[in-house]
Design a protein. Structure first.
Length: 347
């Protein structure tokens, strides 16, 4: 017995599931945090050595070192040369508190939130805010956040006309060592972390993959009702592809334009897709022959609508997992999100 805990009982305290999607070093961290929050581990209790824990759970020493390093950097444990690792602080004294700010709240944002919460430790809290693309509300949420002791700020900022001002505002108002930006890289490497999407590069690469199916069309049009930096980057990638592969590029505003034969349409928002579907149903055009549709981001509805809509989709679950990785490991990396193409009958 040492400090009230028998070494052999650590198999019950530190658990590792080989089949879990959560990385093993994170499982160790979560086990220690949970044990301190429930009282199974108390201040000054000794932890197994790196070699002991690696041997008991048949994992690498590097995995244990990574977990212990994180716990030590966050003042949960401490080490004494020649004696080992000890509990320094209970988890509830150093709780992860995340300020999460989305521009809107939909199916895809929910996927990010679920993946983030599932991959953080149980003692972490996430406060979710939505600013509905309103600059004033965006600033107010961030300003009000100063009244709370957040350990991390996860922010989506997409303002077409105010992007430069918003970037400066974030740099001035949010501690850079606590910041994780979503969707785009707006900081220099090492300044702040980000999980970003390369909208221009992704659409360009997706269209190259889809090019054999696109050859039946002469024109490719981006359908967008709203201006944003996102649509600007997608437009740049589209026009680059069209120039290299001899298509006629275009941009369509749903308010007053009609669909045309020999054209493939790329929609970003669900409302734009609905507009296209209504026009197709009121015309004699055959989808996949006369006109084509490529839609951004997959959903169950797009699997069955018009016998299947071809999509280019972001892996939102991956985004959530990477945010958790950055938080749990105190990293300032800039991680590019995954992007996928799913071919269906609409092309």
């Amino acid at each position: 017995m040492e400090n009230g805990i028998q070494i052999q009982n650590f198999r019950d305290i530190i658990t590792i599931n080989d089949y879990s999607r959560i990385r093993k070093h994170t499982q160790i961290v979560n086990s220690v945090l949970n044990a301190t929050s429930t009282g199974s581990l108390r201040q000054n209790d000794k932890l197994p050595s790196v070699n002991e824990l690696a041997f008991d759970h048949n994992i690498s020493r590097d995995t244990v070192v990574r977990a212990y390093t994180f716990l030590k950097e966050n003042n949960i444990i401490d080490s004494v040369p020649g004696k080992g690792y000890y509990i320094k602080m209970a988890a509830n004294e150093h709780k992860i508190k995340v300020f999460l700010l989305f521009s809107k709240l939909g199916h895809y944002e929910k996927n990010i939130f679920d993946a983030l919460s599932n991959n953080l430790s149980e003692n972490a809290t996430i406060d979710l805010y939505v600013y509905q693309n309103d600059c004033t509300r965006f600033k107010k949420h961030i300003t009000d956040s100063k009244q709370k002791d957040y350990t991390h700020f996860v922010i989506t900022a997409d303002f077409f006309d105010e992007q430069h001002n918003m970037t400066d505002f974030i740099k001035n108002e949010v501690p850079q060592d606590k910041l994780i930006m979503l969707d785009k890289k707006v900081h220099k490497p090492g300044e702040a972390a980000s999980v970003y999407q390369d909208f221009g590069g992704d659409i360009y690469n997706a269209l190259i993959e889809l090019n054999p199916l696109l050859k039946k069309y002469k024109t490719i049009k981006l359908v967008c009702s709203e201006k944003s930096s996102l649509t600007l980057n997608i437009k740049e990638g589209l026009f680059r592809f069209c120039k290299e592969f001899s298509y006629i590029p275009g941009v369509m505003n749903c308010v007053n334009e009609k669909i045309e034969r020999n054209t493939a349409y790329i929609d970003i928002e669900e409302n734009d897709l609905i507009y296209l579907v209504k026009q197709i149903k009121s015309s004699n055009f055959i989808i996949g022959e006369d006109i084509g549709i490529i839609s951004y981001n997959d959903s169950c509805l797009k699997e069955v609508l018009l016998d299947g809509i071809t999509v280019i989709t972001t892996d939102f679950d991956y985004i959530g997992r990477q945010i958790a990785y950055l938080i749990l490991n105190n990293r300032k990396e800039q991680i590019r999100s995954r992007f996928d193409v799913k071919i269906r009958n609409s092309l």
